[in-house]
Design a protein around this ligand. Structure first.
Ligand code: KIV
Ligand code: ZN
Length: 388
């Protein structure tokens, strides 16, 4: 099966989440974990943004050997110099150069014309190549850029020596159909992409909740690198979530027929590490890593799970690094789950005793959001006393 490159930008775009600033040792700790998970490329930071970020990227570049370490740079000589200095010590170093190309960014942000942006991008890629042969170019806001200009600048970037072309949906405006079409269009119009073995990459933001769907559409249309973050953290509504992309490819390999090198059993610990270090809580119902992702409360579901796990679980919790699923005891829980919990807690009860305890459990569950083991133990002790 073909392999999709996983480009993790938790330490760059992810750290751009308001309130997510990480210290240099914290960034290194996360980078080490990402390397252990099998991440292909770690975007370690934006070296020009601060002395601290430069140091973080440099230290990560000097310690990490299996993953490629990448530093971000605008199309400005000083940016590229800093990124180059930071990653040049890496076993495998990459510079990621970006320049906005959409009309709205050209006119209102850069105040530059197409020709100037094209020349600037080419010059910047050439400068980056002085530090490493691995140069990625992103026409920022690609999804809102006129297709003709996108073709022109992507062609020029490849001729200048860029080996990866990333097409960011910078403001999360694309839909799966429109985003996928950009990739198929460029692959059709620009034979140079295949001739030079250039990798097309997806980079999606989640403003409309479509980051993962858009990334997968890009993959279906020829992208072979996806940029993503742990827990989907990132600017505004965030980036595509690494854990979702990896587990979709694994669970629905029948559809996508492409895998990744990620050791999925490291997903849950990575999620907890990033959440603890950034201080950004993971929403309870977040796919794959949320507290409820493998928790079942309804009686019908709990009964199904106890009979055969796959009735209500499409992934094994162990496959994402969770030791077990959880049957949450609440007002929707039924006798099967209650009986199971009684056994797990080490009690031996007759059917009659269980029935009486179950009635008390239901009465309590109507008053509480969740009934904990201690509550159940108290109910059981009381029922056993009464029947003694
Ligand atoms: O969203 C974006 O456009 C970016 C670029 C810097 C790649 O993060
Ligand atoms: Zn981004």
């Amino acid at each position: 099966m073909e392999t999709l490159r996983i480009f993790d930008t938790t330490l760059r775009d992810g750290e751009q989440s308001p309130g997510a600033t990480l210290s240099q040792p914290e960034k290194l700790e996360i980078a080490r974990y990402l390397e252990g998970m099998g991440v292909d490329i770690i975007e370690a930071g934006f070296p020009i943004s601060s002395e601290g970020d430069f140091e973080s990227v440099r230290i990560i570049a000097s310690e990490i050997t299996k993953s490629t370490v990448c530093g971000l740079a605008r199309c400005a000589p000083k940016d590229i110099e800093r990124a180059g200095e930071a990653v040049k010590v890496a076993a495998k170093g990459r510079i990621h150069v970006f320049c906005a190309t959409s009309k709205i960014h050209r006119e209102h942000k850069l105040r530059k014309g197409k020709e100037e942006i094209l020349k600037l991008s080419v010059r910047s890629i050439q400068q980056a190549l002085e530090y490493t042969k691995d140069v990625e170019f992103s026409p920022e806001d690609a999804s809102r850029t006129e297709l003709e200009f996108l073709e022109e600048i992507v062609h020029a970037a490849i001729e200048a020596g860029a080996t990866t072309i990333n097409l960011p949906d910078t403001v999360g405006y694309a839909t799966p159909k429109t985003y996928g079409e950009i990739f198929s269009h460029l692959l059709k119009k620009l034979p140079i992409i295949k001739e030079k073995n250039v990798i097309l990459s997806a980079h999606c933001h989640d403003d409309l909740g479509l980051a993962v769907a858009n990334s997968l559409s890009a993959v279906e249309n020829g992208a072979r690198q996806v940029e993503c973050t742990i827990n989907g953290i990132g600017e505004r509504a965030g980036n595509a979530a690494l854990e979702e992309i990896v587990m979709i490819l694994k669970t629905r390999s029948d559809v996508y027929k492409i895998g990744s090198k990620i050791d999925s059993t490291k997903i849950f610990p990575a999620s907890r590490m990033v959440s603890t270090l950034t201080g950004l809580a993971v929403q309870r119902n977040k796919a794959i890593v949320g507290q409820n992702a493998f928790a079942h409360e309804s009686g019908i579901h709990q009964d199904g799970i106890l009979k055969f796990r796959e009735t209500y679980e499409i992934m094994d919790p162990a496959s994402v690094g969770l030791p077990t699923n959880v049957l949450v005891m609440g007002k929707h829980s039924g006798r099967a789950a209650f009986r199971d919990r009684v056994t797990v807690l080490g009690y031996k009860m007759t059917d009659e005793q269980i029935e009486s305890a179950f009635v008390q459990f239901k009465a309590l569950a109507d008053k509480k959001k969740e009934v904990f083991d201690e509550d159940i133990e108290a109910i059981i002790d009381q029922s056993l006393d009464m029947s003694a």
